[in-house]
Design a protein around this ligand. Structure first.
Ligand code: SF4
Length: 138
């Protein structure tokens, strides 16, 4: 599917100011459902990327490398942050912040988790994670 079609599918369409935002940025249940699919079908992870530096995710990374028939060192460079589907445009970050709303500090949530929106799997993902749908960008 072409990128522009991915970008505009699943918009909320409710007529509000969030009309141009993907539905999963506004609907936590939908976001969780889509993230679960990423976990189940695309090996989205690791659960806690902060453990990478101390070797806490070694099992995850070895399993992930085995799937790609590649080295751990190489697959660890294939993160959401350099995936073509990772969207941290100002407009998308505004959508994410609106979706978080009063239930938390949007800036802290977005920057703390380095959140963006996955245009391929339709959920809010974190820059230091990976998944099978990764597509490198230049
Ligand atoms: S497709 Fe890309 S941005 Fe989406 S979860 Fe996978 S690696 Fe992250």
């Amino acid at each position: 599917m072409a990128y522009d079609r991915l970008l505009y599918k699943n918009m909320s369409g409710s007529g509000g100011p969030e009309d141009s935002c993907p539905r999963a940025t506004m609907n936590i249940d939908l976001n969780i459902d889509n993230r679960q699919r990423a976990l189940d079908e695309f090996m989205y992870g690791p659960a806690n990327p902060a453990q990478d530096d101390v070797g806490g995710n070694a099992e995850f990374w070895q399993s992930y490398a085995d799937k790609f028939n590649d080295s751990v060192e190489n697959v660890m460079t294939m993160r959401c942050e350099n995936c073509t589907f990772f969207d941290r445009s100002p407009e998308m970050l505004e959508c994410i912040a609106m979706g978080i709303g009063d239930e938390g500090d949007p800036d802290q949530s977005i920057e703390g988790g380095e959140l963006g929106y996955c245009q391929a799997l339709d959920f809010k993902c974190a820059s230091q994670r990976v998944c099978f749908a990764w597509a490198g960008r230049r």
